[in-house]
Design a protein around this ligand. Structure first.
Ligand code: CMC
Length: 432
């Protein structure tokens, strides 16, 4: 990070500050305002962190205007076409693509950590049969801090490494346990002869009564979706993980906090909301009515799966997922999927609408992912869990980066206070 200076002059012209401009590998640069309060007595004000960089990071780069997304410098399009999720996970965690041996060792380690402590499985007996899988996921991941607390020395790189492998490996197993509870079926143990996505499909859909055949296109589609969801720099859930972790909290708790943040419909919960919205629209003839609803400021309805804080031209992940959606539906013989037809039509109508054009609202990563999940037989309530499985590696990579940053401090934003100025306490008997 080299430095330049940004001059800031107070309204009365009496004070001028030279604020350092930090330059990243790629633009935009940032103004370092760390000394602003000390030198000028003011804070910055930026609700929603629209123009605020919360940290420096080597992990993921996004250019929202150009629709660029890169993990550790590699364009996501190349990774989606040529890599696989486990390799991408290694890249995100360790910074470079692995050698053949490193990849094999990493893959083996992830495979060997997939089983849950049997005691953890008993948590699922406490949930109601219809508990939302995201609620179960955040609760059970949070409970991992109870299993791995005394041994969790966050200053020890080996301990951090085991944490990374363990959480990445166990997320699909926890998700499968939640799904099986919802379905009223027995839990299915992981199989070490299968790869990450095959094993996930096995745990989701196999039953003890008959053999289960894993569909290669289903495994391929999941692998792609996990690559595309793996990281997205300082989004809401990742920032939550960093913030929770910045206090030195147990990292399993920090990941559970990230899962909770992801659940909201403005973030990862959008994939579930998209499918519910498409079902509600129901028919192409209703599209115009729903587009009008989305534009009506007095109506809380929004077109789910549209818009993004950072992407203002297109979401590169949506482009890739749309193609995979075609492929999956074709291979599964579901080209006549009415929901897919409806989604395509809705996309076309919205893309031609002045409101959506003016506000740069385009389909995002969540618009088509749900249609793929649905085609694979994954229930709607599990869609955001699928997002969480992919995003966990990003959360862990950011947690690692945060915890090993020598300049790292507890996250502690300030505020613009708008409450009452000082007033004196009045005894209850004397209040009017
Ligand atoms: N439908 C209708 N209007 C919208 C939509 C939408 N989906 N998204 C944004 N707008 C309007 C919004 O009303 C506002 O209008 P105005 O300037 O007149 O007040 C303008 O566009 C800017 O929206 P914003 O809410 O200020 O933008 P934001 O950057 O704070 O929010 C967003 C981004 C993704 C939360 C938002 O676009 C949204 O709610 N989209 C629907 C939910 C969704 O698909 N979320 C998934 C995001 S991608 C995956 C992920 O991050 O997890």
């Amino acid at each position: 990070m080299t430095e330049d200076a940004f001059k800031l002059t107070s309204p009365d012209g009496a004070t001028t500050l030279d604020l350092p401009v930090r330059k990243g590998t790629l633009e935009p640069n940032v103004i370092d305002i760390g000394r602003l309060y000390r030198d000028a007595g003011v804070f910055t004000y930026d609700p929603g962190f629209v123009a605020t960089g919360s940290c420096a990071s080597d992990i993921t780069f996004i250019d929202g205007e150009k629709g660029v997304l890169m993990y550790r410098g590699y364009p996501v399009e190349q990774l989606a076409a040529q890599s696989n999720f486990i390799e991408v996970a290694y890249l995100l965690l360790y910074g470079d693509l692995p050698s053949k041996i490193e990849l094999e060792e990493f893959d083996t380690s992830i495979t060997r950590h997939t089983m849950l402590n049997e005691g953890m499985l008993s948590f699922f007996k406490g949930f109601r049969y219809d508990a939302h899988p995201m609620a179960m996921l955040s609760a059970v991941v949070g409970s991992m801090s109870a299993y791995y607390h005394d041994t969790m020395d966050i200053n020890n790189p080996d301990v951090r490494n085991v944490f990374a492998h363990r959480i990445l490996a166990k997320l699909p197993t926890i998700a499968a346990a939640a799904l099986k509870l919802n379905m009223g079926q027995p839990f299915v143990y992981p199989r070490n002869d299968l790869n990450y996505c095959e094993n996930l499909l096995h745990m989701f859909f196999a039953v003890p009564a008959e053999p289960y055949e894993i569909s290669p296109i289903a495994a391929e589609a999941l692998d792609l979706l996990f690559i595309l969801h793996a990281d997205h720099e300082q989004n809401c859930s990742t920032s939550t993980v960093r913030m929770a972790g910045s206090s030195g909290a147990n990292p399993y708790s920090a990941i559970a906090a990230g899962i909770s943040a992801l659940w909201g419909p403005a973030h990862g919960g959008a994939n579930e909301a998209v499918l519910r919205m498409l079902k509600e629209i129901g028919d192409k003839k209703n599209i115009a009515k729903y587009v009008e609803k989305a534009k009506d400021k007095s109506d809380p309805f929004r077109l789910m799966g549209f818009g993004h804080r950072v992407y203002k031209n297109f979401d590169p992940r949506a482009t890739i997922i749309r193609e995979m959606c075609h492929k999956v539906l074709k291979q599964l013989g579901r080209t006549d999927s009415p929901l897919f037809e409806l989604a395509l039509e809705l996309e076309q109508v919205a893309l031609k609408d002045d409101y959506f054009i003016e506000k740069n609202l385009y389909p995002n990563v969540d618009f088509y992912s749900g249609i793929i999940y649905r085609a694979l037989g994954i229930p709607t309530s599990l869609f955001t869990v699928m997002f969480a499985i992919g995003r966990t590696v990003g959360w862990v990579a950011h947690w690692q980066e945060m915890i090993t940053d020598p300049s790292g401090r507890i996250s502690r934003p300030r505020q613009l206070y708008t409450g009452p100025a000082q007033r004196d306490y009045v005894e209850v008997s004397k209040r009017g």
